[in-house]
Design a protein around this ligand. Structure first.
Ligand code: FES
Length: 223
């Protein structure tokens, strides 16, 4: 599978705290299987979830420092994706052609964003101090962010991109930052963040609302 199969633009791949420093995780964006990981430098990285050696999922890998080591035969990759060591051949300097395939990746608004390696735009720049709240998968997907907001009966405060917006929802104090990934026949992923200054009660209210989105959409599409 090529890493250039995403559409143009940036996609919300998950909540920022889904992958903490020195850990790795896995996400699917459409049919693209992606390994996310952070070294001790905290920088988010998104790679094709396939070791260049024998195809083991790199999301099972072990993070040491700012390197990722494949679980299978221990090939190690540096933060830029270049193979930095092959345990079975410790004397060998790995050829430069052995590289993990890297997407672009960034943190913004409490979310992890991923784009094609050749994406020319910068990741969404989201003002303010946001903290991750909750993710939910919706089987019956809204087809657009606008439809999502309408279904929530929310007021759009500031549309940031076609995949993320700040919304206000009746009955919920304060603003919610909402990121939307339409996976078409695979449904949709909705991720929410809240202002870092939000109260615990507001965080609980947003979390409950996010959890109810499945029912909200079932009801709005049946109406
Ligand atoms: S499959 Fe990754 S090191 Fe062999």
């Amino acid at each position: 599978m090529k890493t250039s199969e995403l559409e143009a633009g940036w996609f919300p791949a998950g909540l920022q705290n889904y992958v903490l420093p020195k850990t790795a995780g896995r996400v699917m964006i459409f049919d693209n299987d992606i390994a996310l990981w952070r070294g001790e430098d905290g920088k988010i990285r998104a790679w094709e979830n396939r070791c260049p050696h024998r195809g083991m999922r790199l999301s099972y890998g072990i993070v040491r420092g700012n390197t990722l080591t494949c679980l299978y035969h221990g090939w190690t990759y540096d933060g830029a994706g270049a193979c930095a060591g092959i345990p079975a051949h410790p004397e060998l300097t790995p050829p430069k052609t052995i590289r993990a395939k890297a997407y672009r990746a960034a943190d913004s608004g409490g979310f992890i964003w991923v784009a094609n390696p050749d994406e020319t735009t910068e990741a969404p720049s989201i003002e303010g101090d946001w903290v991750p709240n909750r993710s939910v998968h919706i089987d019956l997907a809204p087809t657009s962010l606008n439809e999502l907001i309408k279904g929530m009966d929310a007021e759009l405060a500031l549309k940031i991109t076609d995949r993320a917006a700040v919304v206000r929802v009746p009955g919920v104090t304060g603003e919610i930052l909402l990121a939307f990934l339409n996976m078409k026949e695979h449904g949709a992923m909705i991720h929410t963040s809240i202002p870092a200054s939000a109260s615990v009660d507001a965080a609980i209210a947003v979390s409950k609302l996010t959890g109810r989105l499945r029912q909200i959409f079932k009801a709005s599409s049946a109406a």
